[in-house]
Ligand binder design. Structure first.
Ligand SMILES: [Zn+2]
Length: 386
């Protein structure tokens, strides 16, 4: 080796010559099993993750120096290209050409699953994601992943070409935003990281409750992940798609991670402290939910016409509290409608309130609330600030 400027010679990786094996369930339910060229693996991963992306897609690349990978592209604006929902017909070709330029130069290539609103690699440029992902980087972690996948199969499974690890990706029914501000409390929530941490901790932790199956660093929404059909410089093997499932429906976020606990919520609540409500919708202020659910702007005196359809209330008889714990209440004799956010949603749908609100009626009310406010993940219970 003489000149540092010489282009590295590309020898085909051991698993590259005869194509990289994969298994794909096509959208019509038929299966393809067999080897595909590395370029096809790249196209499949890009197509699955970003076919519905309206914003920018980040491709990152780098090389190893003294055994350490250095990614060098994350501040280069030309490494952020439109996804499949942009109006450019050749969006996939443009991304593939960018990936190929780095791969052909012997570099390692990565793809960000989340979507950018600006041509930057940092987390503040991420606007949303249509996929959640985990990185299980050691083979001894795989049994825990397979158990989870048996219940909640993923849409894309990539073998990283490293020491036996894989990346799993699950598609969401609706994009998960990078941040949500709960208007009534001003609280900033990062739903992508929160959902990832639930998956990571659910897959396995050690005696100190540190994750030991999936890599917690990959919870970060700005993360770039190895692109299938590209070289892993550590091993000289190519990453490849093990399985892609194009027929599997996307997950509502609640179905994928709704029943998994947030990490760090294990401390038993102190009974002497008033607790805020764990249900994030129940922390929304009555003024806010009257306006958003019923289209009723609450005046300063807090009195509005009763939202119950069967109560023809021409003089405002319903008081609306300032705080979520106060709720709302109709004072007209014989009406009695009252409650909190789900009660209002139910009343607006012609349903019951209070102790009558349960079963299907409750599910309908909750679905309406989620429809209006979007999907908020459950909060850990925290002591209220007095
Ligand atoms: Zn009333």
């Amino acid at each position: 080796m003489s000149a540092a400027t010489a282009a590295p010679t590309r020898h085909p990786a051991p698993n590259e010559r005869e194509g990289l094996r994969c298994r794909v369930r096509l959208a019509d339910g038929r299966f393809f099993t067999g080897p595909l060229a590395p370029e096809r693996h790249r196209a499949l991963q890009l197509g699955v993750l970003h076919g519905q992306t309206g914003g920018l897609v980040e491709i990152a690349a780098g090389a190893r120096r003294y055994g350490r990978l250095q990614i060098t592209t994350r501040r280069r604006t030309d490494h952020f290209l439109p996804g499949g929902q942009a109006r450019e017909a050749d969006w996939l070709q443009a991304l593939l050409a960018l990936a190929a330029r780095h791969a052909d130069a012997g570099q390692e290539v990565f793809l960000a699953p989340a979507v950018r609103s600006a041509a930057r690699g940092d987390k503040h440029a991420v606007i949303e994601t249509r996929f959640l992902w985990v990185d299980v980087d050691r083979p001894d972690g795989l049994p825990a992943l397979w158990t989870f996948l048996a219940e909640r199969p993923c849409h894309l499974l990539v073998e990283t070409g490293g020491s036996g690890g894989v990346h799993a990706y699950w598609k969401l029914e609706r994009p998960l935003p990078a941040t949500i501000v709960i208007e009534s409390t001003g609280e900033l929530v990062e739903p992508i990281e929160r959902a990832h941490l639930r998956l990571i901790h659910h897959l396995g932790t050690d005696a100190h409750r540190k994750p030991n199956v999936a890599d917690p660093a990959c919870a970060e929404r700005s993360r770039v992940m190895r692109l299938a059909g590209s070289l892993n410089g550590k091993t000289g093997a190519h990453a490849r798609i093990l399985e892609a499932d194009l027929a599997l429906p996307a997950y509502p976020i609640g179905q994928l991670v709704g029943d998994l606990p947030d990490p760090g919520t294990y401390a038993p609540p102190r009974s002497s402290t008033r607790m805020t409500n764990a249900d994030p919708y129940k922390r929304i202020s009555p003024r806010e939910y009257f306006e958003r659910l019923a289209g009723i702007v609450v005046p300063r005196d807090g009195l509005v016409c009763c939202p119950a359809a069967r109560h023809k209330d021409h003089n405002p008889s319903c008081s609306v509290g300032a705080d979520a714990s106060q709720g709302w209440r109709c004072h007209a004799g014989g009406c009695g409608a009252r409650g909190a956010i789900y009660d209002l949603a139910s009343v607006l749908l012609g349903g019951p309130w209070g102790s009558e609100l349960r079963g299907d009626a409750f599910r309908r009310a909750r679905a309406y609330v989620i429809y209006v406010f979007g999907e908020l993940l459950d909060q850990p219970q925290e002591p209220a600030k007095e």
